[in-house]
Design a protein around this ligand. Structure first.
Ligand SMILES: Nc1nc2c(ncn2[C@@H]2O[C@H](COP(=O)(O)OP(=O)(O)OP(=O)(O)O)[C@@H](O)[C@H]2O)c(=O)[nH]1
Ligand SMILES: [Mg+2]
Length: 303
Protein backbone atom coordinates (compact mmCIF):
# COMPACT_ATOMS: atom_id res chain seq x y z
CA UNK A 1 0.00 0.00 0.00
CA UNK A 2 1.39 3.38 -0.92
CA UNK A 3 1.63 5.98 1.80
CA UNK A 4 -0.34 9.19 1.75
CA UNK A 5 1.51 12.41 1.07
CA UNK A 6 0.72 16.02 1.88
CA UNK A 7 2.45 19.37 1.65
CA UNK A 8 2.39 23.03 0.76
CA UNK A 9 3.15 24.46 -2.67
CA UNK A 10 3.62 28.25 -2.65
CA UNK A 11 2.83 30.27 -5.78
CA UNK A 12 5.29 33.13 -6.18
CA UNK A 13 5.70 35.69 -8.95
CA UNK A 14 5.18 39.21 -10.14
CA UNK A 15 1.70 40.73 -9.96
CA UNK A 16 -0.58 39.42 -12.73
CA UNK A 17 1.59 36.34 -13.47
CA UNK A 18 -1.47 34.10 -13.12
CA UNK A 19 -0.88 32.66 -9.64
CA UNK A 20 -4.51 32.81 -8.56
CA UNK A 21 -5.68 31.43 -11.91
CA UNK A 22 -3.32 28.48 -11.46
CA UNK A 23 -4.51 27.83 -7.91
CA UNK A 24 -8.14 27.77 -9.08
CA UNK A 25 -7.25 25.51 -12.01
CA UNK A 26 -5.45 23.05 -9.70
CA UNK A 27 -8.18 23.03 -7.07
CA UNK A 28 -10.97 22.86 -9.64
CA UNK A 29 -12.94 25.62 -7.92
CA UNK A 30 -12.70 29.37 -7.73
CA UNK A 31 -11.05 29.87 -4.38
CA UNK A 32 -8.92 32.93 -5.12
CA UNK A 33 -10.11 36.03 -6.96
CA UNK A 34 -8.72 36.86 -10.41
CA UNK A 35 -8.71 40.12 -12.35
CA UNK A 36 -6.77 41.57 -15.26
CA UNK A 37 -5.35 44.20 -12.91
CA UNK A 38 -2.10 43.87 -10.93
CA UNK A 39 -2.12 43.44 -7.13
CA UNK A 40 -5.39 41.59 -6.98
CA UNK A 41 -4.45 39.09 -4.27
CA UNK A 42 -3.66 40.79 -0.98
CA UNK A 43 -2.93 37.97 1.45
CA UNK A 44 -2.16 34.26 1.50
CA UNK A 45 -5.00 32.10 0.27
CA UNK A 46 -4.96 28.33 0.64
CA UNK A 47 -6.61 26.05 -1.91
CA UNK A 48 -6.52 22.28 -1.54
CA UNK A 49 -6.15 19.70 -4.33
CA UNK A 50 -6.18 15.90 -4.11
CA UNK A 51 -4.17 13.88 -6.62
CA UNK A 52 -4.00 10.13 -6.20
CA UNK A 53 -2.86 9.64 -2.60
CA UNK A 54 -1.37 13.11 -2.29
CA UNK A 55 -2.91 16.24 -0.89
CA UNK A 56 -1.38 19.44 -2.22
CA UNK A 57 -2.16 22.65 -0.39
CA UNK A 58 -1.56 25.51 -2.82
CA UNK A 59 -0.69 28.79 -1.18
CA UNK A 60 -1.58 31.76 -3.36
CA UNK A 61 0.35 34.89 -2.47
CA UNK A 62 0.29 38.58 -3.42
CA UNK A 63 2.47 39.50 -6.39
CA UNK A 64 6.00 40.57 -5.54
CA UNK A 65 7.03 44.07 -6.59
CA UNK A 66 8.93 46.99 -5.13
CA UNK A 67 6.65 48.16 -2.31
CA UNK A 68 6.05 51.81 -1.50
CA UNK A 69 3.11 51.97 0.89
CA UNK A 70 2.52 50.15 4.15
CA UNK A 71 -0.09 47.94 2.52
CA UNK A 72 2.35 47.03 -0.28
CA UNK A 73 5.04 46.10 2.21
CA UNK A 74 2.67 43.90 4.21
CA UNK A 75 1.58 42.17 0.99
CA UNK A 76 5.10 41.46 -0.23
CA UNK A 77 6.08 40.22 3.24
CA UNK A 78 3.08 37.87 3.18
CA UNK A 79 4.20 36.53 -0.20
CA UNK A 80 7.70 35.71 1.03
CA UNK A 81 6.23 34.22 4.19
CA UNK A 82 4.33 31.80 1.94
CA UNK A 83 7.58 30.72 0.31
CA UNK A 84 9.31 30.24 3.65
CA UNK A 85 6.67 27.82 4.91
CA UNK A 86 6.38 25.79 1.71
CA UNK A 87 7.56 22.28 0.80
CA UNK A 88 7.77 23.32 -2.86
CA UNK A 89 7.97 26.78 -4.42
CA UNK A 90 6.34 27.43 -7.80
CA UNK A 91 7.82 30.50 -9.45
CA UNK A 92 5.60 31.87 -12.21
CA UNK A 93 6.77 33.88 -15.19
CA UNK A 94 4.62 35.23 -18.02
CA UNK A 95 5.74 33.72 -21.36
CA UNK A 96 5.04 36.87 -23.35
CA UNK A 97 6.89 39.16 -20.92
CA UNK A 98 9.86 36.87 -20.35
CA UNK A 99 12.65 37.52 -17.88
CA UNK A 100 11.71 40.99 -16.67
CA UNK A 101 13.67 43.05 -14.14
CA UNK A 102 10.98 42.23 -11.59
CA UNK A 103 11.39 38.50 -12.25
CA UNK A 104 15.18 38.79 -11.93
CA UNK A 105 14.78 40.50 -8.56
CA UNK A 106 12.57 37.65 -7.33
CA UNK A 107 15.13 35.07 -8.52
CA UNK A 108 17.81 36.87 -6.46
CA UNK A 109 15.65 36.45 -3.37
CA UNK A 110 14.92 32.81 -4.19
CA UNK A 111 18.63 32.00 -3.82
CA UNK A 112 18.21 31.65 -0.08
CA UNK A 113 16.05 28.55 -0.73
CA UNK A 114 18.65 26.86 -2.94
CA UNK A 115 19.38 23.39 -1.58
CA UNK A 116 16.56 23.72 0.97
CA UNK A 117 13.24 23.96 -0.87
CA UNK A 118 12.78 22.80 -4.47
CA UNK A 119 11.80 25.66 -6.76
CA UNK A 120 10.01 24.86 -10.02
CA UNK A 121 9.93 27.32 -12.90
CA UNK A 122 6.44 27.75 -14.30
CA UNK A 123 6.27 29.55 -17.62
CA UNK A 124 2.62 30.57 -17.78
CA UNK A 125 0.36 31.97 -20.51
CA UNK A 126 1.96 29.87 -23.24
CA UNK A 127 -1.26 30.36 -25.20
CA UNK A 128 -0.06 33.91 -25.83
CA UNK A 129 3.25 33.08 -27.57
CA UNK A 130 4.55 30.99 -30.45
CA UNK A 131 6.00 27.61 -29.43
CA UNK A 132 9.44 28.49 -30.89
CA UNK A 133 10.14 31.22 -28.35
CA UNK A 134 9.46 28.99 -25.35
CA UNK A 135 12.55 26.82 -25.54
CA UNK A 136 14.88 29.81 -25.75
CA UNK A 137 13.06 31.52 -22.89
CA UNK A 138 13.25 28.41 -20.74
CA UNK A 139 16.99 28.14 -21.40
CA UNK A 140 17.57 31.80 -20.61
CA UNK A 141 15.77 31.58 -17.28
CA UNK A 142 17.34 28.25 -16.35
CA UNK A 143 20.78 29.80 -16.72
CA UNK A 144 20.00 32.16 -13.84
CA UNK A 145 18.96 29.60 -11.23
CA UNK A 146 18.95 25.86 -10.58
CA UNK A 147 15.28 25.04 -10.90
CA UNK A 148 14.14 21.58 -9.85
CA UNK A 149 11.87 21.38 -12.90
CA UNK A 150 10.47 23.57 -15.65
CA UNK A 151 6.82 23.49 -16.70
CA UNK A 152 5.27 25.37 -19.58
CA UNK A 153 1.59 25.88 -18.95
CA UNK A 154 -1.52 27.87 -19.55
CA UNK A 155 -3.18 28.22 -16.17
CA UNK A 156 -6.26 29.58 -17.87
CA UNK A 157 -6.66 26.86 -20.49
CA UNK A 158 -5.20 24.06 -18.39
CA UNK A 159 -2.39 23.17 -20.80
CA UNK A 160 0.50 21.42 -19.07
CA UNK A 161 -1.28 21.34 -15.73
CA UNK A 162 -1.47 17.54 -15.50
CA UNK A 163 2.29 17.19 -15.67
CA UNK A 164 2.62 19.80 -12.94
CA UNK A 165 0.22 18.13 -10.54
CA UNK A 166 1.78 14.71 -11.17
CA UNK A 167 5.15 16.13 -10.23
CA UNK A 168 3.83 17.92 -7.15
CA UNK A 169 2.02 14.80 -5.94
CA UNK A 170 5.34 12.96 -5.88
CA UNK A 171 7.29 15.92 -4.49
CA UNK A 172 5.29 16.62 -1.30
CA UNK A 173 6.49 14.63 1.73
CA UNK A 174 4.96 11.42 2.98
CA UNK A 175 2.50 12.02 5.78
CA UNK A 176 -1.15 12.22 6.72
CA UNK A 177 -3.46 14.59 4.87
CA UNK A 178 -3.75 18.03 6.44
CA UNK A 179 -7.40 18.67 5.56
CA UNK A 180 -10.51 16.55 5.00
CA UNK A 181 -10.46 15.03 1.51
CA UNK A 182 -13.37 17.14 0.20
CA UNK A 183 -12.25 20.53 1.50
CA UNK A 184 -11.20 22.98 -1.24
CA UNK A 185 -10.32 26.13 0.69
CA UNK A 186 -8.97 27.17 4.06
CA UNK A 187 -10.43 30.62 4.45
CA UNK A 188 -13.39 31.70 6.59
CA UNK A 189 -16.63 32.20 4.64
CA UNK A 190 -16.83 35.86 5.65
CA UNK A 191 -13.43 36.45 4.08
CA UNK A 192 -14.30 34.56 0.89
CA UNK A 193 -17.44 36.69 0.68
CA UNK A 194 -15.41 39.91 1.09
CA UNK A 195 -12.95 38.79 -1.59
CA UNK A 196 -15.77 38.05 -4.02
CA UNK A 197 -17.16 41.57 -3.60
CA UNK A 198 -13.68 43.08 -3.97
CA UNK A 199 -13.22 41.18 -7.22
CA UNK A 200 -16.46 42.53 -8.66
CA UNK A 201 -15.51 46.08 -7.62
CA UNK A 202 -12.03 45.73 -9.12
CA UNK A 203 -13.44 44.46 -12.42
CA UNK A 204 -15.86 47.35 -12.67
CA UNK A 205 -13.87 50.35 -11.44
CA UNK A 206 -11.10 52.13 -13.26
CA UNK A 207 -7.61 53.20 -12.37
CA UNK A 208 -6.45 53.60 -8.81
CA UNK A 209 -9.71 53.14 -6.95
CA UNK A 210 -9.56 49.33 -6.55
CA UNK A 211 -6.14 49.60 -4.89
CA UNK A 212 -7.47 52.10 -2.41
CA UNK A 213 -10.53 50.23 -1.27
CA UNK A 214 -11.05 47.27 0.98
CA UNK A 215 -14.10 45.15 1.72
CA UNK A 216 -15.05 43.70 5.08
CA UNK A 217 -17.85 41.38 6.05
CA UNK A 218 -19.28 43.11 9.06
CA UNK A 219 -22.09 40.72 9.91
CA UNK A 220 -23.03 37.20 8.91
CA UNK A 221 -26.45 36.12 10.06
CA UNK A 222 -27.79 32.59 9.65
CA UNK A 223 -31.50 32.45 8.80
CA UNK A 224 -33.95 29.70 9.75
CA UNK A 225 -34.72 28.95 6.09
CA UNK A 226 -31.08 28.02 5.37
CA UNK A 227 -30.15 31.32 3.80
CA UNK A 228 -27.70 33.86 5.20
CA UNK A 229 -27.75 37.62 5.48
CA UNK A 230 -24.35 39.12 4.73
CA UNK A 231 -23.58 42.75 5.56
CA UNK A 232 -20.42 44.20 4.09
CA UNK A 233 -18.66 47.54 4.21
CA UNK A 234 -16.61 48.91 1.33
CA UNK A 235 -14.01 51.28 2.76
CA UNK A 236 -12.72 53.97 0.41
CA UNK A 237 -10.17 56.68 1.13
CA UNK A 238 -11.92 59.72 -0.36
CA UNK A 239 -15.41 61.16 -0.64
CA UNK A 240 -14.93 61.34 -4.43
CA UNK A 241 -14.28 57.61 -4.53
CA UNK A 242 -17.47 56.93 -2.65
CA UNK A 243 -19.47 58.60 -5.39
CA UNK A 244 -17.68 56.55 -8.04
CA UNK A 245 -18.26 53.28 -6.19
CA UNK A 246 -21.94 54.09 -5.77
CA UNK A 247 -22.33 55.25 -9.37
CA UNK A 248 -25.08 57.38 -10.82
CA UNK A 249 -28.25 56.69 -8.87
CA UNK A 250 -26.41 53.84 -7.10
CA UNK A 251 -26.21 51.77 -10.27
CA UNK A 252 -22.57 50.70 -9.90
CA UNK A 253 -22.90 49.36 -6.38
CA UNK A 254 -26.15 47.68 -7.36
CA UNK A 255 -24.53 45.82 -10.26
CA UNK A 256 -21.55 44.88 -8.08
CA UNK A 257 -23.89 43.58 -5.41
CA UNK A 258 -25.82 41.46 -7.89
CA UNK A 259 -22.69 39.92 -9.39
CA UNK A 260 -21.16 39.28 -5.97
CA UNK A 261 -24.32 37.76 -4.58
CA UNK A 262 -24.66 35.39 -7.55
CA UNK A 263 -21.11 34.16 -7.08
CA UNK A 264 -21.49 33.78 -3.32
CA UNK A 265 -24.61 31.67 -3.82
CA UNK A 266 -22.80 29.46 -6.30
CA UNK A 267 -19.76 29.01 -4.09
CA UNK A 268 -21.72 28.44 -0.90
CA UNK A 269 -24.59 26.53 -2.46
CA UNK A 270 -27.25 28.45 -0.54
CA UNK A 271 -29.33 31.63 -0.82
CA UNK A 272 -27.50 34.79 0.24
CA UNK A 273 -28.95 38.22 0.98
CA UNK A 274 -26.18 40.73 0.47
CA UNK A 275 -26.18 44.29 1.83
CA UNK A 276 -23.37 46.64 0.84
CA UNK A 277 -22.51 49.93 2.46
CA UNK A 278 -19.77 52.35 1.35
CA UNK A 279 -17.85 54.30 3.96
CA UNK A 280 -15.12 56.90 3.63
CA UNK A 281 -12.18 56.07 5.87
CA UNK A 282 -9.22 58.17 4.78
CA UNK A 283 -6.67 56.25 6.80
CA UNK A 284 -7.83 52.67 6.58
CA UNK A 285 -4.41 51.73 5.24
CA UNK A 286 -2.94 52.84 8.57
CA UNK A 287 -5.36 50.84 10.72
CA UNK A 288 -4.17 47.51 12.12
CA UNK A 289 -7.71 46.16 12.30
CA UNK A 290 -8.18 46.48 8.53
CA UNK A 291 -5.06 44.36 8.01
CA UNK A 292 -6.26 41.67 10.43
CA UNK A 293 -9.52 41.42 8.51
CA UNK A 294 -7.55 40.87 5.29
CA UNK A 295 -5.31 38.23 6.84
CA UNK A 296 -2.24 40.48 6.80
CA UNK A 297 0.16 41.51 9.55
CA UNK A 298 0.09 45.29 10.10
CA UNK A 299 3.62 45.32 11.51
CA UNK A 300 4.95 43.67 8.34
CA UNK A 301 4.32 47.04 6.74
CA UNK A 302 6.73 48.89 9.06
CA UNK A 303 9.20 50.82 6.94
N1 LIG B 1 -3.91 34.30 -21.82
C1 LIG B 1 -3.77 33.88 -20.58
N2 LIG B 1 -4.15 34.67 -19.55
C2 LIG B 1 -3.99 34.21 -18.30
C3 LIG B 1 -3.46 32.93 -18.01
N3 LIG B 1 -3.39 32.77 -16.68
C4 LIG B 1 -3.90 33.91 -16.15
N4 LIG B 1 -4.26 34.77 -17.11
C5 LIG B 1 -4.87 36.12 -16.94
O1 LIG B 1 -3.92 36.96 -16.30
C6 LIG B 1 -4.58 37.91 -15.46
C7 LIG B 1 -4.00 37.86 -14.06
O2 LIG B 1 -4.33 36.61 -13.48
P1 LIG B 1 -4.29 36.38 -11.90
O3 LIG B 1 -4.48 34.93 -11.67
O4 LIG B 1 -5.19 37.33 -11.20
O5 LIG B 1 -2.78 36.79 -11.61
P2 LIG B 1 -2.03 36.85 -10.19
O6 LIG B 1 -0.63 36.42 -10.40
O7 LIG B 1 -2.79 36.13 -9.16
O8 LIG B 1 -2.05 38.43 -9.90
P3 LIG B 1 -1.92 39.23 -8.47
O9 LIG B 1 -2.89 38.62 -7.51
O10 LIG B 1 -2.27 40.62 -8.83
O11 LIG B 1 -0.50 39.09 -8.04
C8 LIG B 1 -6.06 37.57 -15.53
O12 LIG B 1 -6.68 38.43 -16.47
C9 LIG B 1 -6.06 36.12 -16.01
O13 LIG B 1 -7.24 35.78 -16.71
C10 LIG B 1 -3.09 32.09 -19.13
O14 LIG B 1 -2.62 30.97 -19.01
N5 LIG B 1 -3.27 32.63 -20.36
MG1 LIG C 1 -3.64 36.75 -7.44
Amino acid sequence: MTETRAGFAALIGEPNAGKSTLLNQMVGAKVSIVTHKVQTTRSRIRGIAMHEKSQIVFVDTPGIFRPRRRLDRSMVKAAWGGAADADVILFLIEAHRGLTDGAKAIIENLREYAGKTPVALIINKIDRVKAEVLLALSQEINETFEFAQTFMISAEKGYGCNALIDWLAAEVPEGPWLYPEDQVADLPMRMIAAEITREKLTLRLHEEIPYQLTVETEKWEEKKDGSARVDQIVYVTRAGHKGIVLGKGGETIKAVGQAARAEMMEFMGRPIHLFLQVKVRENWQDEAERYNEMGLDFRDGDA
